[in-house]
Structure formats: structure tokens, C-alpha cells
Design a protein around this ligand. Sequence first.
Ligand code: ZN
Length: 176
Amino acid sequence: MSISADLRTQIRQRANFACEYCGVEEVDTGGELTIDHFQPRTHQGGDELENLIYCCVRCNQYKLDYWPLSTTAPVLWNPRQEPRSTHLVELEEGLLHPLTPTGVFTLQRLRLNRPPLVAYRSRKRQRAEEQRLLAQYGELVAVLGKLHQQLSGVITEQQKLLKEHKALLMQLLEQR
Ligand SMILES: [Zn+2]
């Protein structure tokens, strides 16, 4: 491996510390991920930054040294060149659905619908939904707090008025 520590750090940061194929993060796996040569070294791929992809062990294992050897051979999705949404769409239950032949091939080759990964995506979605609901709840509490403050102001004002009325009445009664 001729990838320097500096280059490795650069690759990790560029990928936001997550597998560029499947999205699993370092913190989920409890360790650093691997580095994949998109064009494998066995097929003349080099160590330049554009050919290096931060990649989890599973995706790397499934991808191996795939490289299309003819113009008709299927092509893998290159996360360095296109966003995932070009070739794959995530369904509600965490399953990926292919949109292009490249999407179909990548899904099969990298087993991107492997059950633990689908469960991982589904859990991530659930967490995002929970966060959204929590934020909404927070907003509601803030509005209620404001309303409560306004109401307290009105009540104080009313009490003051009542006191004044009472004083006036007392004055009237004393004058009689
Ligand atoms: Zn992966």
C-alpha cells in the first residue's frame, strides 16, 4: 500500500467518514473503513485521489477487483463522479431500488440490499423521523410558553382593573 497517512485522512474527510457506496459510518462499525481503488490496481488503477474511494469492508469484499473489460460489460456506479440518486432510489422501508442498468448492476454486485444494511437504513430513517417530531414538539412547547406568558399578562391586567373598580366603589359608598 503506497497510500500515505495524509492521503488516507484526506479520503476519510472527503467521505464524511462513511462508506461512499453504502453510507455506513465509521462510528457504526467501530473502526476505520478500507480504501478501494475504483479502477483496481490489477487493472492499471492508480493511487490518485480521484480513483480512491472510502469503503466499508463488506462493500470492498463484494466489489473486489471488478472492472469492465469490454464496452458492453456492466459498469459500476462511481460515487466520485455521480450522486447515488442518479442510479438508485431509497424506498421507505430502507430498500434501494435501481433506476438505471448501472444501478441494477451495482445493487447486485455490492449486495446493497443485504438485510443488515436495509435494517440500518430503516433505523436511520426512523431516527430522522423521531428527530423531526422532537423538533416539532419543541416548537409547540415554545409557542405554548409564549401563549402562557401573554395570558398571564392579561390576567394581571384584569386583576389591576378589578382592584381599581373596587376602590372606586368604596369611594362611592363612603361619599353616600
Ligand atoms: Zn459499504
